[in-house]
Ligand binder design. Structure first.
Ligand code: NCD
Length: 466
């Protein structure tokens, strides 16, 4: 099967079977690199890194060079025409006419999606703000698969800045799809964003259980834990849900502990770094002495700061440098597949946890905007051509999900294109939670963020507007 000309913007752009096939190719490439040395000869990769990077950029570039391809690079927005006010779309079109594939890291959420929409060549998201980092997830899954054979049924704890860590967001979706149980262990105030949790519960068939440290005894310090996501593959797990407790969950053991650093560059400027650091959970040899961590793989996307002690490095459970090293064969496999330089046998999708994707789309110009200030659709240089676009992921309450950054909004008022029949006096708006609103077919739906918004679009309050 060919993956030629596809882009990887979110981890959901690859099916489970495709990921397995990519890993088999990565295994081959790691085993006999010489055999693949000329695979991408004559091809050019543009690497655009507008945020700091060591591993991701250098493993992509080294990977392309090892495949016989060549690399052009821009690593500083200030040195590109973006600094002159050029849009990402224009940049994408231009770079797409010079290179055969683009790898982009950008601080705005959804930036990689825009590049993919305009470049005309495959685009790989190497991290877009706090949104996603799908190739890091490939390295993470590859590491787990190497050490434990399969992800299915494993219990994986995600640790640290689960709010801003993009590696964590991509990993969560992948773990759910591959059938793992996820334990969320966030730093204070750094819980997984609601829209990510909601997506877990609406799109995958598992159960989400929120469980603060209710059973912590005074003076006893358990690792922090916020929620547990259980995949539906094991009925025993579901039966256990009603009395789930931190103690029970942790004592049952953890197969992998995925540690992340505090993403200080993504905190609101009002939050003091020292305050954030206080109470940030730290992993060291002492913590790892606990019985629950006896067989735990200690993982980290790196770079580490203070959250992971150096005394863990010599411990055979530490996986993070292996994880970084796997970036090379994994990214070589990805590049060669998207460039169409090689094909793979995709195993029959063992995807029993397939997500829902058939949502109706909302892209009317009715004034609703993505609520995320860091979304590409809200940036001055981009609003000139980007129209906000959403998936209607729920009707009760009416919920729209931004197609660029996945943040959600619940609009207050709605109208239907069917009601006004061309007569201005019939243009009425209603509360989004009224039973009337629920009857509007998705293709006729008009949504408004506020009553003022509806009035500005010449709609008057209807019977069901509160
Ligand atoms: C991560 C990133 O950039 O999101 N680094 C990486 O690519 N391995 C993690 C981080 O910066 O904390």
């Amino acid at each position: 099967m060919s993956l030629a000309n596809r882009s990887l913007v979110t981890i959901d752009d690859l099916s489970n079977g495709e990921i397995e096939a990519l890993f088999s190719l990565a295994d081959e490439m790691a085993k006999s690199p010489d055999q693949y040395a000329g695979l991408c000869q004559g091809k050019i990769m543009a690497s655009l890194f507008f945020e700091p990077s060591t591993r991701t950029r250098l493993s992509f570039e080294a990977g392309m060079l090892r495949l016989g391809g060549r690399v052009i690079t821009a690593v500083d927005v200030g040195a590109t025409s973006l600094a002159k006010g050029e849009s990402i779309a224009d940049m994408a079109k231009v770079v797409g006419s010079y290179a055969d594939i683009i790898v982009i890291r950008h601080p705005w959420e959804g930036a990689a999606r825009v590049v993919a929409n305009y470049a005309g060549v495959p685009v790989i998201n190497a991290g877009d703000g706090s949104h996603e980092h799908p190739t890091q997830t490939l390295c993470d899954l590859y590491t787990i698969r190497k050490e434990r054979k399969s992800v299915k049924g494993l219990r994986i704890a995600l640790w640290g800045d689960l709010k801003h860590g993009r590696t964590v967001h991509s990993l969560i979706y992948a773990l759910a799809r591959f059938g793992a149980t996820i334990l969320f262990c966030p730093g204070p105030g750094l819980e997984v964003p609601e829209h990510v949790l909601r997506r877990l519960s609406t799109e995958y068939k598992g159960e989400l259980k929120r469980c603060r440290n209710l059973d912590e005894q005074p003076g006893e310090k358990l690792v922090p834990i916020d929620a547990i996501y259980l995949t539906p593959n094991d009925p025993h797990q579901l039966a256990m849900l009603p009395d789930v407790s931190v103690r029970v969950e942790l004592k049952a053991g953890v197969d992998a502990l995925y540690v992340t650093r505090l993403q200080k560059e993504r905190q609101a400027t009002t939050v003091k770094e020292q305050e954030m650091k206080r109470g940030y959970p730290r992993v060291d040899e002492k913590l790892l002495k606990g019985r629950e961590f006896r067989r735990t793989l200690v993982m980290h996307p790196l770079p580490r700061v203070d959250e992971l002690a150096y005394d863990v490095d010599a411990d055979p459970r530490s996986m993070y440098f292996k994880q970084a090293a796997y970036g090379l064969p994994v990214r070589m496999a990805l590049l060669s597949l998207l460039l169409g330089a090689t094909e793979v046998q995709v195993p029959e999708d063992k995807d029993s946890f397939v997500r829902r994707t058939d949502y109706p789309v909302y892209k009317r110009d009715s004034g609703v905007k993505c609520p995320n200030a860091n979304c590409v659709s809200n940036q001055q240089t981009e609003v000139r051509y980007i129209r906000p676009e959403f998936k209607i992921v729920n009707r009760q309450p009416l919920t729209l999900r931004c197609i660029y950054c996945d943040h959600e909004l619940t609009p207050r008022y709605v109208a239907s294109t069917e009601w006004h029949q061309g007569k201005l006096e019939n243009k009425k708006y209603h509360s989004a939670d009224s039973h009337f609103a629920r009857k509007i077919r998705a293709e006729n739906l008009i949504v408004f963020a506020s009553a003022e918004d509806a009035r500005a679009h010449h709609f008057k309050p209807g019977k069901y507007a509160r």
